[in-house]
Design a protein around this ligand. Sequence first.
Ligand code: TYD
Length: 133
Amino acid sequence: MQGVRLVNLPKILDERGNLSFMEEKNHFPFEIKRTYWIYDVPGGEVRGGHSYISNQEFIIALSGSFDVVLSDGKESKTFSLNRSYYGLLVPNNVWRHMENFSTNSLAFVVASTDFNEDDYVRDYNVFLKTKNN
Ligand code: TYD
């Protein structure tokens, strides 16, 4: 799927506890405008179900696990995130939802734009039309 990729982050092993980090432009190709996180997700809940016109995101499971399901309108792919030392790059114009959140999971998201509801496409049929044009 174009532009989608799993990115390994540095992992500094230490008997005092491990450390990982990420740097804009080094590990994902945009400057950070915003971060947000999703937590306390009740079992069985689904988040997302939209695409963005211009926002790009890099998603990390800082704790626990969840699945990110992506679709470009032709194919669909599921990425299981369950380690804090890699992240998933999700370009704009990709439909996504997140599911199978484990207890106490923490989804950390870095985003390339400020929050803007007008940047959302929340209707899958509208999304498909944008892909066909
Ligand atoms: P939304 O992106 O729809 O959540 P999800 O895709 O995880 O289901 O956001 C849920 C609500 O939170 C919506 O009313 C917009 C608001 N929101 C902000 O105000 N700022 C933000 O940075 C984000 C991501 C959401």
